[in-house]
Design a protein around this ligand. Sequence first.
Ligand code: ADP
Ligand code: ZN
Ligand code: ZN
Length: 750
Amino acid sequence: MIAQIIINTNAKELNKVFEYNVPVQMQPNIKIGSRVLVSFGRSKNLEEGFVVGFTEESEYKLKDIVKIEENEFIEEENIKLAKWMAKRYICNISDCIKLMLPPGTKTKVLENRIKEKKAKFVNLKADIDEIKENIELNKIKSEKHIRVLKFLIENGETNISELEMFTDVSKAIIKTLEKNGYIEIKEKQIERNPFLYKVMPRMSTNLKFTQEQQRAYDAIETAIEDQMNSEFLIFGVTGSGKTEIYLQIIQKVLNEGKSSIMLVPEISLTPQMVDRFVSRFGLNKIAVLHSKLSVGERFDSWNKIKSGEAKIVIGARSAIFAPVQDLGLIIIDEEHDSSYKSEMTPRYDAKIVASKIAKNKNIPLVLGSATPDISTYYKALKGDIELLELTKRANNSKLPEVEIVDLREELAKGNRSMLSTKLYEEIDINLKNGHQTILFLNRRGYSTFIMCRDCGHTIKCKNCNITMTYHLKQNKLKCHYCGYEEKPVTICPECQSQNIRYFGTGTQKLETEINKIFPNATTIRMDVDTVTKKNSHEEILNKFKNEGINILIGTQMVVKGHHFPNVTLVGVIAADSSLNIDDYRANERTFQILTQVAGRAGREKLEGKVIVQTYNPDNFAIECSRKQDYKTFYDTEIGLRKQLKYPPFCDIIVIGISGNNEQEVIKIAEKLHSYYKQRVINEKIGILLYKPLPAPIDKIKNNYRWRMIIKCLYGNQVNCLINDGLEKLYALNKSQDIRVVVDINPSNMM
Ligand code: ADP
Ligand code: ZN
Ligand code: ZN
C-alpha cells in the first residue's frame, strides 16, 4: 500500500505529491486526510504531511511513513475542498489544509501546556518608546529579543507558551529579557473563555416578524426543509431586521439538530453583536472564532465545535473552515465586505468557498447586506440567487436625512478648516441637545504627506515607495505599510530648504481641531493607532456608549454594525478619500461606506442627520447615497462595469512578481508574459493579457513589485494556462528569490 502525501513545507513546486510506503501495522488506520510524519529530503527532522490519495505500485523504492497521528486527521471532503481551492486560487494544497487544522497544531507540546489551569504571562516592563528607541539605536541587537519585544508591543500581555510559539524563541531568551528589565513574568489563572468578562442578559425571544421578514424567512425555511442548495440574498436597509431573520433560521436549523456557520466582517465581530446571539441561544451552543482571540481561546472554540457542543459558529472569514458537525446552513452577513476576500496566501474568497461547501452539502447559503456587492446583486437579478427584499426599518425608525456640503464653496468662502459651516452648526446643536456625534474620516494620523515647498520633494519611506504620515503625539513620521518610523524633518533632504509643509488630514489632526473648536466637548478616537490591544476596540465603543462621550472620531472602524441609540449626527469629513483610489470599485466603496455611516444615525426614537462633505457633490455614488438609493446606483454602476469590462462581466487576475533585485523581477515578469502570449496566440485563447508593469505601489519593504493583469472570464482553460506558466517558471528558476503570486479579483488593487 502506497500513500500519496502532501508535505507541509513552503516548497515552491506547487502541489507536488510524494509517495511513501505504508507499513503493514499502519494500514488499518490510515485514510485520506490522515496526518503523518515522514522523513523528507536530507533534513534530519521529520516533516508533517497529509495523505491525499493511495496507489498500489510505484517505480521507485519508497521510504516508510514514520508515524501516523491517529486522532488528527482532516475529513476526506476537506481534502477535496483543499485540492479544489489550491487549483482555483493557484496555491499550495498544504496552505489550504492549514486553514482547516485546529489552532496551535504546530506543536504537540503546546496543546498540553495550554491545557494547564495556571500559566505564566509576559508583560512589557520598560517604556514602549524607550524600547523602540533602543531597537533603533542598535542597543538591542539580538533578532530574537527584538522579535519578542515587538510582539509584546503589538499584542500586549501574552501567555508565555503562546509567546514562545509565535515568536519562535526559547524560554531562555524570555528570561534574559526579564533579567535585563525589559519584561516581567507573572503567574496567573488562565481565563480562556472569550465571554467570561460579560454579564449575560436575560434570554431574548423571537420577535414577531414583519410581513417582509416573514416572506424572506419562509423562502429560506422551505429550502431547509427540502434540503435544497439555494442561495439567497437578503437585501435590506440597515435596521430592517436582517439579523432577526438570521436568528430565527438558525433556530430552525438547530431544531433539526444541525449546525450553522455565520460569517461576519472581522471588525463587526464585537461582543455587542455576539451578545444578541448568546442571549437568544445561550453560551454553550455558540463558538466564536476570530483573530483577536489567543491561540488557547481559538483552540477551545475549535474543540467545542468539533465535539458537537457548539452548533452555532460565529466568526470572521476563516471560520468557514470550522470543523462543524452536520452543517445545515451558512450565513454571510454584510456580504459586500472586502474582508471576506483573503489578501494573504491562500488568497481565497470566503463567499466562493462558502458557495462551494453549500453545494457539496446541499444546504442553503444566505447572504445579507444593505448595499450588496455589485456582482452579487447582478446574480440576484439574473435569478442565480433568490432576492429577498426588506424595504422598511423593522422598528419603524426613519432613515436619517442626508445632506451634502460642497467643500469647493467652503473654500471660496474662505473657510479652510476641516469643518464646513453646516457641520459646525450641527455639531454645536447636537452638543447643546446632549446627543452624540460620530465623525468619520478615512485616514489616520495627523498629516498625510510632507512636502518641500521649494523643490516639491515629498518624504517617503526608505523601504517602501510610499509617503510617510505624520503622527503628532509621538512626533514621528510613520510608514503605514512597513511600520518604519523616523523623526520629522525640518530641512529638505533634497534642497536644504526649511520651507517644509504638512499637507492633508488624518483622524489625529481632526481630533485636535475638534478639541480646539469645541473645548468643552469630550472626544474619543478609534483607528488602528488607538485600537491595538485585545478588546480595546470594544472598550472604546463601550466608553463612547456608556460614559456619554460627546464625539467619536474614527476611520472605517466606526462604520460597521454598531448600535448607538443616542447618536443623532454623523459627519463625513471627506467623502472623496475613497473616490480617489485607483480601483474599479471606487464608486462602489464610496456608496457602501457612506450608506453604512449614515446607518449609524438615528437608529431608535431620535431622528438622525448625516452631513457629507465632498469636493465632488455631483458624483453619482455620493448623490445616490444621499437618497439611499441602491437601485439607481446599481443601474449606473453596472453600465460602467459592462462598458469597461470589469466584474461581473470579467474577472481580473493579477499576477504579482516581486523580489529585492528589480532587474531579476523584470526578467521573470517578461519571461512569464511571453510564455502566456505565445499560448494565447497559438491556441486562440480569448483573454486580455496586459504587459508587465510596476504595481501602483512599486516597492514595499525593499521588495520591488511588478505585475501583469489578465482580464477574462476565469474558468478551467485560463486556470490551466496560468498554472502551466508557473510550473515552467519554477522548473527553470528553482533557486531564485522571486515571489510570484496570483490573485483572482483582489480586493485591493495596489
Ligand atoms: P439589521 O440586521 O437589518 O440591521 P436588526 O435585526 O438588527 O436589523 O434589527 C434592527 C432593530 O429592529 C433591532 O433593534 C431589532 O431588535 C429590531 N427588530 C427586528 N425585527 C423586528 C420585528 N419583527 N419587530 C420589532 N422589532 C424588530
Ligand atoms: Zn526641497
Ligand atoms: Zn515602509
